[in-house]
Design a protein around this ligand. Structure first.
Ligand code: SF4
Length: 453
């Protein structure tokens, strides 16, 4: 195994990110570690790097393949670099490698396999284990606030509990300290609260998500929170009431459902039934009709019938508007569902079902977005416009970053600013309009994000 050239004074270091927003926070911490070390210089050019860290994702075979291809491609560009496999895939291989051919195929690709910053600090000289600060990669308008690590829900198809271990909440004091830094020093407007199951926050340490939200929303200032990844079985009435009514929380809930059919939900070990999901969503729709919901559905699960699939379709139509991501079931070794993989519907059937759902969602979202034409919304600008006819890009309260639709606004508006926008046109994936003025009308006691005026 090639030894790292420790003699070289300044080592050019690149960090390549894969996967979810939780892993992005980890990549930003890694970048922060190197950005604050005198012996390392961050570079985005892998051809020039001495060290390349692949902060990997490992929970789906397609994600692992993506990591492998990227490492192979990078090594062709820069065969002399020291390649370090970091994060989820390194953890997965550490827990399973002796039984796994897939690991063997990777082994020759990287020089070191590192699970966390403690191991990285013992491998590389002159870096600290604790990132002094995150080296942020998102727009200056929003960022992510990680509340915990791991998951103890053990859904039958999921590798995450094997990769990240049991659910462990971060201490409230650490989260509050970081949130204050992000709002008052980094001046972020929107903090997206993330974890594998945000509704479970604090339950392993005598705390609660509503308790945390109360503390995070007590400060004066123009900022708001958005809550993502809440397992439907763990959402409480008080959490819904708080999210739907608090002026400093976007009226938005990301509730991954995965399926609607009770037999499939049981096989998935999701811990709830169709009846309970309908009761939850009917209560939300009745009490808070304008609260926006995002979800995800997995199609093609072992034993899924046409009738099971139709239940997802009917649900999307009945509770529209909903933003949803649709995925095909991926059989993963070591998960309980793996042994039933032969009971999956043929792949072409799963693909047709996914296409049907995207088609449905496109129609439903087009109608939803067109209902804003002629109306005004407060819009947080994420990206400034460029060029002769600049179009800035932003979001209203019902749009989460990077996954939902956006609002295009004529002319330049600075990222992080909140402007009043009159909507002039819309389709399934974006709304467009122009700024009417910067003063925004307050509803809900001074909320920056408001409903339709
Ligand atoms: S809630 Fe289920 S799907 Fe989500 S991370 Fe945990 S085990 Fe995986």
């Amino acid at each position: 195994m090639r030894r790292l050239d420790q003699k070289k004074m300044i080592k050019k270091t690149a960090v390549i990110h894969f996967g979810c927003s939780k892993n992005l926070v980890e990549s930003e911490s890694l970048l922060g570690i190197f950005a604050h070390s005198s012996r390392y210089e961050l570079t985005g050019n892998v051809a020039k790097a001495d060290i390349i860290i692949f902060n990997s994702c490992g929970f789906l075979s397609s994600a692992r393949q993506e990591v492998r291809q990227k490492i192979q491609e990078t090594k062709r560009i820069n065969p002399r670099a020291c390649c370090i496999l970091y994060g989820c895939l390194a953890r997965l291989f550490r827990t399973t490698d002796e039984q796994w051919r897939e690991c063997a195929r990777f082994e020759k690709l990287f020089h070191y396999q590192v699970q966390n910053t403690r191991e990285l600090a013992s491998l590389l000289e002159n870096i600290s284990e604790k990132p002094p600060a995150r080296y942020h990669q998102t727009s200056p308008s929003y960022t992510y606030l990680k509340l915990s690590d791991g998951c103890s829900n053990f859904c039958s198809y999921c590798l995450i509990p094997f990769i990240r271990g049991p659910y462990k909440s971060r201490s409230r004091s650490k989260i509050v300290r970081e949130a204050r830094h992000l709002i008052f020093e980094k001046e972020y407007r929107e903090l997206n609260c993330i974890s594998q199951d945000t509704a479970m926050y604090g339950k392993d340490q005598g705390d609660s998500m509503t308790g945390l939200l109360e503390e995070l929303t007590q400060w004066k200032g123009k900022y708001w929170l958005r809550c993502l990844y809440m397992h439907p079985a763990h959402i409480t009435q008080s959490l819904i009431d708080m999210i739907a009514t608090h002026p400093k929380i976007a009226s938005y809930m990301d509730i991954p459902l995965q399926h609607i059919s009770t037999p499939i939900l049981r096989k998935m070990n999701r811990g709830l039934t169709k009846k309970r999901i309908y009761r939850l969503f009917e209560m939300i729709r009745e009490k808070y009709p304008e609260l926006m919901i995002r979800t995800t559905f997995m199609v093609g699960y072992p034993g899924e019938t046409e009738e099971d699939f139709q239940e997802i379709y009917d649900f999307m139509e009945y509770f529209s508007p909903i933003y949803a991501g649709f995925f095909t079931y991926s059989p993963e070794r070591f998960t309980p569902a793996y042994k039933y993989r032969k009971e999956c519907p043929p792949f072409h059937v799963s693909r047709e079902r996914i296409a049907e759902l995207w088609h449905l969602q496109t129609r439903l979202l087009r109608n939803f977005h067109r209902s804003f034409i002629g109306k005004e919304l407060n819009v947080l600008i994420d990206k400034e416009g460029r060029g002769i006819r600049p179009l800035s890009v932003g979001r209203a309260y019902f749009q989460a970053p990077e996954v939902d639709s956006v609002i295009q606004v004529l002319y330049n508006h600075s990222p992080g600013s909140v402007i009043r926008v009159k909507i002039t046109s819309a389709d399934a994936w974006k709304l467009s309009g122009y700024c009417v003025d910067n003063k925004h009308k307050h509803t809900k006691g001074g909320a920056l994000y408001d409903r339709l005026a």
